[in-house]
Design a binder for this molecule. Structure first.
Ligand code: FA5
Length: 341
């Protein structure tokens, strides 16, 4: 058995030299000095030897086990160092590699149009005045001369909240009341941009959420001709120097008189095409002179003050400019659409 022990010892000493990674070292440990290892089992069978040989064998076997354990610890450290060096080498930063491109976002097409609109109105002295998207029924309708049960409410299908009287604004016109109450009795020149919400049947021209840009001018001696001239100047800046504009009589409870603004179709030049439904004209806004009741609700005396207001849809204007056939693309978040702008 002593001979067997010595030859195992030799075998273990040479085998450990070839254990070059932690898996191989683990296998070596189980084979020789682990709980079920060959040296360990020899040590356990010491009882089978004649009594006089036992002490000698036990001493030598323990010596060998201690030596092999020391060898193992030494080798383990070496392997660990090697593996660490290797992994550091693998993860090394190669400063000569080209950098990874950082994806750069773009400005949403609706926001691009909004910014253009702000610029044009700013040049005409109109400042941006922001008001809330969650409105009360009173400001969204009643203050604008649309009492409860008035048939005109059918023009604005409404999202109601669980709080009675609190709704999502259906248009930016309630901003007129906020702006007037803020500035009264002083003069006003503001635009009120922002999201509006309507309980619509979604179609290629109608979304349940969309931007509007409201405009409001209040002062003394503001006349219908001021409204027409200002809107026509806006259309020329927005759509081209030779852009023709037409005003068509219409109805809104908060303006009197009320009109729709049409521009000559920018796609067919007024000849008639599918976009303008072969009329040669495209509607871009509603407008009118601020109704005396609304002026009064805003804190102005209609005997002294007058004003004009308009409301336009930037998504519809963007659709016209870029020949976009469906409004649903705007909020569909499809990069193939958005990346074109
Ligand atoms: C109004 O909302 C009035 N408040 C506009 C106004 C303001 C008139 C001030 C007079 C004085 P109208 O419902 O037509 O009007 O909407 C105005 C514009 O918003 C439309 O021309 C259109 O461009 C846009 N719009 C309306 N509904 C939708 C919708 N469902 N989806 C996308 N755009 C819409």
């Amino acid at each position: 058995m002593l001979q067997q022990l010595e030859s195992l010892y030799k075998e273990a000493c040479s085998a450990i030299e070839t254990a070059s990674d932690s898996d191989a070292l683990q296998a070596w440990e189980s084979k020789f000095i682990g709980r079920k290892g060959e040296i360990t089992s020899l040590l356990r069978s010491v009882g089978q030897l004649p009594k006089e040989e036992r002490a000698n064998f036990g001493k030598r076997a323990n010596e060998i086990k201690d030596e092999l354990t020391a060898l193992y610890t030494e080798r383990e450290e070496l392997v660990r160092q090697r593996e660490l060096a290797h992994s550091l080498e693998e993860g090394e930063i190669d400063v000569t590699l080209p950098g990874r491109p950082i994806p750069v976002g773009g400005i949403h097409p609706a926001n691009q149009t909004l910014r253009e609109i702000y610029d044009i109105w700013a040049d005409m002295g109109f400042q941006v005045f922001r008001t809330r998207e969650v409105e009360d029924d009173e400001t969204n309708f009643e203050m604008l001369n649309i009492p409860e049960h008035h048939p005109a409410r059918d023009m604005w299908d409404t999202f109601h909240t669980t709080t009675p009287g609190v709704i999502l604004r259906t248009h930016t016109s309630p901003g007129q009341i906020h702006a007037m109450r803020h500035f009264a009795p002083g003069p006003i020149r503001v635009i009120l941009p922002g999201m509006c919400y309507r309980y619509e049947q979604i179609s290629s021209r109608k979304e349940i959420q969309f931007n509007q840009v409201e405009g409001l001018a209040v002062g003394t001696n503001i006349r219908l001709s001021d409204l027409k001239g200002t809107i026509a100047a806006f259309a020329r800046r927005m759509l081209g120097e030779n852009q023709k504009v037409r005003f068509r009589g219409s109805y809104f409870p908060f303006t009197e008189p009320s009109m729709e603004v049409d521009v000559e179709c920018i796609l067919c030049g007024g000849k008639g095409c599918s976009v303008c439904k072969y009329t040669g004209w495209l509607e871009i806004a509603g407008c009118g002179m601020v109704h005396p009741t609304v002026l009064r609700n805003g804190g102005y005396d209609p005997a002294i003050h007058s004003g004009f207001a308009f409301g336009m849809g930037p998504e519809r204007i963007t659709m016209l400019k870029h020949d976009i056939k469906d409004i649903r693309y705007f909020w569909g978040n499809d990069l193939r659409f958005l990346e074109q702008f």
